[in-house]
Design a protein around this ligand. Structure first.
Ligand code: ADP
Ligand code: MG
Length: 642
């Protein structure tokens, strides 16, 4: 009678195993780091269970990790006295991938793994690295729960695994690797000792290889910064962040009042949310007197700081606090506030000390600070000076702060101006910035879709309003640089009467597609522009909100401003007298063009048809203009094409 059950792996696990076995050849030694890190996690959890006074099975088993090597049978055994797994947990943890919701996950993993197998740990699938060296992996586990039974999980990675009862186990997990022929070199205690030194010296429990302890257990964050070497910090970072690179920033500090806090925080080099992994788990764990209370804590720092890795330890916390109770614990909230403030101050110092390095940080992680401005009212003010943008005064790719912008403001300028565009070129060639160029006023380019939301949440900076250049009521200060007031007095533009007749007619043509039609005071070289008459929604915000809710009715109506000195508009005034149907099409096309320049959607089919009709008219008229010179026609078409 056999009680062995066979289970299929989840499809994603099969694919993952395929990647692990067939495409990963280099640096296979990291399998040990992954197994030790899992063992350490299980021990940390157990230690915490013990302090919350739960009854645990095998209460006296020492909290350590034992590695045994059999160089005859070519096996490696990693044993821990951690929390262990029940039958259900074995199925859940070793048969499925938690991240599998993200569809691009495996593709990303395969890509990353090709570049650097070390990245596998970042993807939360470290256990499967065992199959890089083992032809069969057996996991014997006995949960801490007093009423649990022992089980053995076993697989050769060929699509399924088996489960069978395994009575008589101690608490915790024993992982037995039956090494592949070509990985037999790892059945060597000396080799394993080197690997532990290389990757796992910060595991906070004794690691014993064949009975001999090979690491020094220490909580780095409790030591004084003066006596810690850079190398130690970096190794510690690699250990807690499961990282391969070195951190770009490090902040190690201790406070005694109002709370006793020790914190060691790192900013990584890379932003892993870029890799299609979805939202990162928070990277900071909460300790109390060196005991892990909450790994990757969701409560100890604001959510937008999830890119920070590290440790926060406070002995003022009650040791036996449960994870659920952390959420509404006042002390935790206080620690959160203190550490966040300190971290923001640290970033401010870094920006002063080395602006280039800070800007590089901002390009990678600025998106999190912006998220903070939008979602976290309490830190909004402190975050604003840390933001960076391109502007008409920066070189492409260079960044400036709002404070620097304010310092450069000429007398008389009271507001901070910005315009959204998909990229710098679009911003610079669009109609919105021409009046700024002419007046020699600096304008910030908000090139990231979230930027306009950030500015609308901030509202102002240093008492100066943040104003989008697509607002209808834009009032720019007189810098004395503007050439004239564009009213058309020099005979270049339309007379006041002609302008108002044209505007009235355009409004009847466009009907309620626009709110108002006006003569523009701001345009220089462009014929027309759409601007937002009501309030704070910029065109960029509108585009994003509409993309998110496709059934949203077109939101605010725009004003169309026309440039009465522009040849196209002057020609239009004439065309409306001579050929109204044609002039109507021109007006509609002008509106569509202006909408497109604002980044807003138009009906592409109607627009293309109309455009063809206009082009047809243009080619039809051209020869007539050249040969017959009907009165008015030539000047009209030539100027319109300028
Ligand atoms: P991760 O450690 O990132 O969660 P892994 O693939 O390394 O991903 O492990 C998957 C899960 O299996 C772990 O989250 C844990 O729940 C469980 N697990 C692995 N090893 C052990 C162990 N030694 N003791 C208890 N649980 C373990
Ligand atoms: Mg792991």
């Amino acid at each position: 009678m056999s009680t062995t059950e066979t289970h299929e792996f989840q499809a994603e696990v099969k694919q993952l195993l395929d990647i692990v076995i067939h495409s990963l050849y280099t640096e296979r030694e990291i399998f040990l780091r992954e197994l030790l890190s899992n063992a350490a996690d299980a021990l940390e959890k157990l230690r915490h269970l013990q302090v919350v006074e739960k009854e645990v099975f095998d209460a006296d088993a020492p909290l350590e990790i034992a590695v045994r090597v059999d160089d005859k049978a070519h096996t490696i055994t990693v044993t821990d006295a951690g929390i262990g797994m029940t039958r259900e947990e074995l199925i859940e943890n070793l048969g499925t991938i938690a991240h599998s919701g993200s569809r691009s996950f495996l593709a990303e993993l395969a890509e990353a793994a090709k570049k650097d197998v070390n990245l596998i740990g970042q993807f939360g699938v470290g256990f499967y690295a065992a199959f890089m060296v083992a032809k069969r992996v057996r996991v014997q586990s006995r949960s801490w729960r007093p009423d649990a039974d022992g089980w053995e999980w076993s697989s050769d990675a060929a699509g399924s695994y088996t489960l069978s009862p395994c009575p008589g186990l101690h608490r915790g997990t024993k992982i037995i690797l039956e090494l592949k022929e070509e990985a037999k070199e790892y059945a060597d205690a000396g080799r394993l000792r080197e690997i532990v030194k290389k990757y796992s010296s910060f595991v906070p429990f004794p690691i014993k290889i064949d009975g001999e302890t090979v690491n020094t257990v220490q909580a780095l964050w409790t030591r004084s910064p003066q006596e810690i070497k850079d190398d130690e910090y970096n190794e510690f970072y690699k250990f807690i962040a499961n990282a391969v690179d070195e951190p770009r920033y490090r902040l190690h500090f201790a406070a005694d009042a109002p709370l006793a806090i020790k914190a060691l925080l790192f900013v990584p080099r890379d932003n892993f949310e870029r890799y299609g992994l979805g939202r990162l788990d928070p990277g900071v764990s909460l300790y109390c007197q060196r005991i892990l209370i909450d790994q990757h804590s969701k409560t100890i720092l604001p959510e937008w700081l999830r890119f920070v890795k590290g440790v926060i330890d406070s002995e003022d916390l009650p040791l036996n606090i449960s994870r659920q109770a952390l959420q509404d614990n006042a002390l935790v909230a206080k620690i959160n506030k203190i550490v966040t403030r300190r971290f923001l101050k640290f970033l401010t110092e870094q920006a002063k000390k080395d602006a280039e390095a800070y800007n590089d940080f901002f390009k990678t992680f600025g998106v999190f600070l912006k998220e903070g401005v939008v979602t976290d009212f309490t830190h909004r003010e402190e975050l604003a000076p840390l933001l960076r943008f391109e502007s008409s005064r920066t070189k492409p790719g260079e960044l400036t702060s709002l404070a620097e912008y304010c310092e450069r403001m000429p007398d008389g300028q009271k507001e901070i101006y910005y315009i959204s565009a998909p990229n710098r070129e679009a911003a610079e060639s669009g109609p919105y910035v021409e009046t700024f160029k002419e007046r020699d006023l600096e304008i910030i380019y908000t090139l990231d879709p979230i930027d306009d939301f950030v500015f609308s949440h901030l509202g102002e900076f240093q008492g100066k309003k943040l104003v989008s250049a697509d607002r209808a009521d834009l009032e720019l200060p007189d810098t004395g640089k503007k050439k004239d007031d564009h009213t058309g007095a020099e005979g270049e533009g339309l007379s006041a009467a002609e302008a108002s007749a044209l505007i009235g007619w355009i409004k009847t043509v466009l009907g309620d597609r626009v709110k108002e039609v006006k003569e523009s005071k701001r345009l220089v070289g462009s014929p027309a522009i759409v601007v937002n008459p009501d309030g704070f929604i910029t065109s960029s915000m509108e585009r994003i909100m509409r993309a998110a809710h496709t059934d949203t009715p077109p939101t605010s109506k725009k004003n169309l401003e026309i440039n009465c000195r522009h040849p196209l508009i002057r020609g239009l005034a004439q065309a409306k007298e001579e050929d109204e149907p044609f002039a109507r099409r021109i007006v509609e096309q002008i509106l569509d063009n202006a909408m497109i320049q604002a980044g807003l959607a138009v009906d592409p089919r109607a627009m293309a048809q109309r455009n063809y009709a206009i082009l047809e008219e243009a080619v039809r008229r051209r020869p007539a203009a050249e040969h017959a010179e009907p009165p008015g026609a030539k000047t009209k078409m030539e100027t319109a094409a300028n």
